[in-house]
Design a protein around this ligand. Structure first.
Ligand code: DWN
Ligand code: ZN
Length: 401
């Protein structure tokens, strides 16, 4: 295959096998038509981008039935308020700021700008989540962002002070289109700010469940710097985030337009020390994934043999990779409880484990809960004190956390 960023010839370093659409929760009558593709990650030694070889068409993943709403987590609501305030304080200059967010989902971040009367626009391809954003007073355009849309927005609203995204960039295969769109849209001292699950954290924790159809890339600072440099952008700041099991916030500006913070050199050096630029790191990661798979299958089999009921907690997109790669089905996990109404009453993609409302967990607690929403651990542990004190056991596929 050719690297999606630099066209260098690369090849996958492993396969997670056949995978369904990660957010494709479905009903039994749909099982026979379920779509599968092979999930194979690859690393480009030239531009240092971690990516998946094949990604299903965007229309198969993001549509009017998209099952993920950012508002489901109270902690994430606080995170986005903090993100928005940080942008306002550190990056908006002048009093006619205009901010644009890509993949603005249900408006969880932009509503903070809307409430302050700051000019804003969300660009969100999933019509159902965009509708929720509008209900929260967030101006939203239902489109996929790219070079043309960036230019269209600039024409209609004028140049943007900030173009932001959270957990969105890693979903977009055409980063050249994003860079061109940012170039067309941003003012001369405008900033491009985005955060996504961080490659450094994924390698450290073997949290391979970050890899699924929607996540075509797992970025590092090294790869982001290489990706945007040809379009005249440079990293001016880097901030590690706790969210989604370890994320990075990347801040870019036109070369020379803004001061470069010391974090940039520090994190680039840290990534080199961790070997994120070396192919052998990914060979070790492959071995770590295989060991993780063997461990979780062993733990679940032991629970079953001991006659202990196991229920999954949080029907995350990430869990699709774990369940299908490890071949874990309803024989090992009775059901998965989830607070998202659109997932409830359906079955998980590929392995077809029933998804039930949270009440099913609370009313008939199992002996063991497999925490698929491990990235929301603090919030969930707080909520589930009663389960834990009553002797309920928690498992995750993450050993270091
Ligand atoms: O990048 C992406 C991230 C931001 O969100 C998308 N590709 C899709 C999605 O990924 P995910 O589904 O892995 O995200 P979460 O936030 O880990 O999903 C949490 C799931 O767990 C939701 O379905 C809600 C559910 N949940 C729950 O049942 N009880 C969550 C919490 C906090 C809870 O207490
Ligand atoms: Zn490349």
């Amino acid at each position: 295959m050719k690297c999606r960023v630099c066209s260098h010839e690369i090849s996958p370093f492993m396969s997670y096998g056949h995978m369904p659409i990660a957010n494709g929760f479905l009903m039994p009558e749909q099982f026979k038509d379920e779509y599968f593709f092979e999930l194979k990650p690859a690393f480009c030694p030239e531009c240092l981008t971690f990516q998946i070889e094949e990604q299903p068409a965007p229309e198969m993943m993001f549509h009017e039935n998209y099952a993920f709403f950012s508002r489901t987590s109270a902690h994430m609501q606080r995170h986005f308020k903090g993100y928005a305030e940080w942008v306002m304080v550190n990056h908006l200059r002048g009093d006619d700021a205009f901010v644009v967010e890509l993949g603005s989902n249900d408006g969880i971040m932009l509503e903070n700008f809307a409430k302050k009367g700051i000019r804003h626009l969300g660009v969100e391809p999933s019509a159902n989540v965009a509708e929720v954003a509008r209900q929260h007073g967030v101006n939203t355009l239902v489109r996929f962002f790219g070079a043309e849309v960036g230019a269209d927005i600039a024409k209609e609203y004028g140049p943007a002070s900030a173009l932001m995204a959270a957990n969105v960039m890693c979903h977009i295969p055409d980063m050249h289109g994003i860079a061109k769109g940012a170039d067309a849209l941003l003012s001369p001292d405008g900033v491009l700010i985005f955060e996504d699950p961080y490659l450094g954290a994924m390698i450290e924790k073997t949290s391979y469940d970050q890899i699924y159809d929607e996540h075509v890339y797992i970025f590092s600072a090294l790869s982001v710097a290489n990706m945007f440099s040809p379009y005249g952008f440079e990293l001016i700041d880097l901030l590690k985030q706790e969210t989604h099991g370890g994320s990075m916030r990347y801040v870019l500006a036109r070369k020379g337009a803004r001061m470069v913070a010391p974090s940039v050199a520090a994190i680039l050096a840290e990534e080199k020390a961790a070997g994120l630029h070396l192919p052998e790191t990914y060979e070790k990661f492959r071995q770590a994934c295989e060991a993780s798979k063997a461990r979780i299958v062993r733990l679940l089999t032991e629970e079953k043999k001991a006659g202990r009921r196991v229920v999954g907690y949080g029907a995350t997109s990430k869990s699709t990779t774990i369940l299908n790669y490890c071949n874990i089905g309803p024989d090992l996990i009775e059901f998965i409880s989830d607070t998202t109404p659109i997932k409830q009453g359906k079955f998980t993609p590929g392995m077809h484990i029933p998804v039930k409302p949270y009440t099913a967990f609370a009313e008939n607690p199992p002996q063991t809960a497999l925490l698929f929403a491990w990235n929301h651990k603090a919030e969930i542990m707080e909520k589930e004190k009663a389960f834990t004190t009553a002797g309920g056991k928690w498992l995750t596929h993450i050993e270091k956390d």
